[in-house]
Design a protein around this ligand. Structure first.
Ligand code: HEC
Length: 124
C-alpha cells in the first residue's frame, strides 16, 4: 500500500510538471517554454535558489527539473550548440543529484547554475 501511495504522489508531481511546460508566451498550448521564458519565470525570480535553500515545495522542485530538461532541448541564441548541450546537461544532472541528496551536489550545482558564466558564453 505504501509504495502504491508513493507512485501516485510521483505521478501527480509529474503531472504538475507537465502542466508547467505550458507557461510563458508560447504560441501554441503544446509549445515548451523558450530559454527566455525559463529565464524570466524561473531563473530570475530565484526559484532554483529557493530549491537550493530547501524552501521550494515538491511541486516546484519537479517544475524546475522539467524546465532544466527543456533547456537541454533548446539551441542557444549564441555560442556552440555542443557546448550548450554539455553545459545544460551538467546543470540538469547536478540539480537531479541535489534533489536525491548526493554528496557535494549543492556545490556542483552552484557552479553549473552560475548566471554570469553561462550568460557570458551563450547570451547575446
Ligand atoms: C545554462 C545557461 C544559463 C544559466 C545557468 C542562466 N542563464 Fe539566463 N540566459 C541564458 C541564455 C542563453 C539567455 C538568452 C536567451 C535568449 O535571448 O533567447 C539568458 C537570458 C536571461 C535573461 C533575459 C531573458 C529575456 O529574454 O528577457 C534573464 C533575466 C536571465 N537570463 C536571468 C538569469 C539568472 C538570474 C540566472 C541565474 C540564477 C540565469 N539567468 C542563469 C542562459 C543561462
Amino acid at each position: 500500500m505504501r509504495s502504491c501511495f508513493c507512485l501516485m504522489a510521483v505521478a501527480s508531481l509529474l503531472f504538475a510538471g507537465f502542466g508547467f511546460a505550458h507557461l510563458g508566451n508560447a504560441t501554441a498550448p503544446d509549445d515548451p517554454p523558450t530559454i527566455s521564458d525559463i529565464m524570466k519565470e524561473v531563473m530570475k525570480p530565484g526559484m532554483l535558489r529557493k530549491a537550493m535553500n530547501g524552501e521550494a515545495t515538491d511541486e516546484e522542485k519537479i517544475q524546475i527539473l522539467d524546465v532544466l530538461i527543456t533547456l537541454t532541448e533548446h539551441e542557444p541564441p549564441q555560442g556552440e550548440a555542443d557546448a550548450w548541450k554539455a553545459r545544460t546537461t551538467q546543470l540538469m544532472t547536478d540539480y537531479a543529484k541535489f534533489l536525491v541528496g548526493r554528496e557535494g551536489a549543492a556545490e556542483a550545482l552552484r557552479t553549473s547554475s552560475n548566471c554570469k558564466s553561462c550568460h557570458n558564453e551563450f547570451k547575446p
